[in-house]
Design a protein around this ligand. Structure first.
Ligand code: NAP
Length: 264
């Protein structure tokens, strides 16, 4: 959607925080680009020095962006991000949460061997962080009279994709978190939703064993007989982040070429 064709800037005069940009293939990057094209000012975060240069280079193409370090497991860094965002933007209209992580061993070993530490880490980075970011955003959004929080999930939360393992459990927790946050924050006009995206080749998905096989199964069986790309996820995100989605909350929106509806 961005502002293509219609001439309408869906996110004009809005400011957002976007977490989870690693490189140009990241779903969060497609959302950042679309949001900027739709008139928003955005803050991007990077995790660790390894990604800083990448993210700074990407951000150069955006409309007056802010670029900040953020490891979502670090409460001090979360607090600093919201301080900086508040100073620069004077409040916040939306947050995009695109962070997820699981230990390699927990993605390749049989599920029954999932480690206690790996389970905690996957839950912390991939699910709890949505609560932490929502808590940080709350006072900034209240001052704007509301806001929209969006996370990214996958169908492995409700169905078994054998190699998704601990990440499937983390996504189930994430989706339940969306509903509880939506109930908690709804009276403040803050909406909380997720997009459940079809499989897309990115840095994170490269860690899922047999990922190419999953892509092929979507091409063969999804109603649209194809996979999806990051710009299609970003277009759906523009709806949920903007006032076009103002009555939608606690929703898991499937952007997966219809694969979720298939049986045999
Ligand atoms: P991506 O580009 O690798 O993005 C994942 C991001 O999470 C990376 O920027 C990563 O940084 C960040 N991250 C990991 N640990 C973090 C931490 N402690 N603090 C802050 N950030 C951290 O991959 P993506 O596929 O676009 O993933 C974005 C979201 O979409 C994830 O929630 C993913 O599960 C979800 N999703 C992806 C697909 C798919 O097929 N690609 C489908 C459905 C849903 P590092 O690189 O430094 O770890």
């Amino acid at each position: 959607m961005s502002d293509r064709g219609s001439g309408i800037q869906l996110l004009a005069n809005k400011a957002g925080l976007i977490v989870g940009v690693a490189n140009k293939r990241s779903i969060a990057w497609a959302i950042a680009r679309a949001a900027s094209a739709a008139g928003a000012r955005v803050a991007l975060t990077f995790q660790g020095e390894r990604l800083e240069e990448n993210v700074r280079e990407l951000a150069e193409g955006l409309n007056d962006p802010l670029v900040l370090p953020l490891d979502v497991t670090d409460d001090g860094q979360i607090a600093r991000v919201f301080e900086e965002v508040d100073r620069a933007f004077g409040g916040l209209d939306f947050v995009v949460h695109g962070a997820a992580f699981a230990l390699r061993d927990d993605l390749v070993n049989p599920f029954v061997q999932t480690s206690r530490d790996g389970f905690k880490l996957a839950m912390d980075v991939s699910a709890f962080s949505l609560i932490a970011l929502s808590r940080g955003a709350l006072p900034l959004m209240e001052r704007k009279g509301g806001g929209s929080i969006l996370t990214l999930t996958y169908l492995g939360s409700e169905r078994v994709f054998e190699t998704y393992r601990v990440m499937g459990v983390a996504k189930a927790a994430l989706e339940a978190t969306v509903r509880y946050l939506a109930a908690d924050l709804g009276p403040k006009n803050i909406r909380v939703n997720a997009i459940s995206a079809g499989p897309i080749k990115t840095l994170a998905s490269a860690g899922i064993p047999g990922f190419n096989n999953i892509l092929q199964i979507y091409r063969d069986r999804a109603p649209l007989r194809r996979t999806v790309d990051t710009s299609e996820v970003a277009d759906a995100a523009m709806f949920l982040l903007s006032d076009a989605g103002r009555a939608v909350t606690a929703e898991i929106l499937m952007v997966d070429a219809g694969f979720h509806a298939t049986g045999m």
